[in-house]
Design a protein. Sequence first.
Length: 156
Amino acid sequence: MKDEPSKLPTIGWREYVSLPDLKIPAIKAKVDTGARSSSLHAFEMELYRKDGLDYVRFKIHPVQRNDELVVEVETPVFDIRRVRSSSGESSVRPVIVTVVELLGVAWPIELTLANRDQMGFRMLLGREAMRGRMLVDPGSSYFGGKPKRKKVKRKP
């Protein structure tokens, strides 16, 4: 059920979200009302069948500019869709359904999987995922806060 706009929580143009089903406690997402669908960075994708169902196995670098941390995921494929990127290029991508958590609220969303290594964000949260749930303040960021960073000791 959709809430009245004034009662919807507000998020910024970038937020940290959790993808608990994928074992990702925090990933920085660009909130993009210009994009219909949401997308998640994935590489080494492998589509296969198990017990009569389509699955995808893939890896994620959940932290921007950090190729050392890798999360491996295996999940059912919800759909295969042709998606047009912001540059106008069309590609066929697997779609998964998973839970996203933001501001203490969790709900299922559809995510297309694509290699976003060259993009500024590992995840794009499109308008379909937010419709009726969140308002976007394009001049603000991180209404949900930032995860604490581990301090790295530098060698002298």
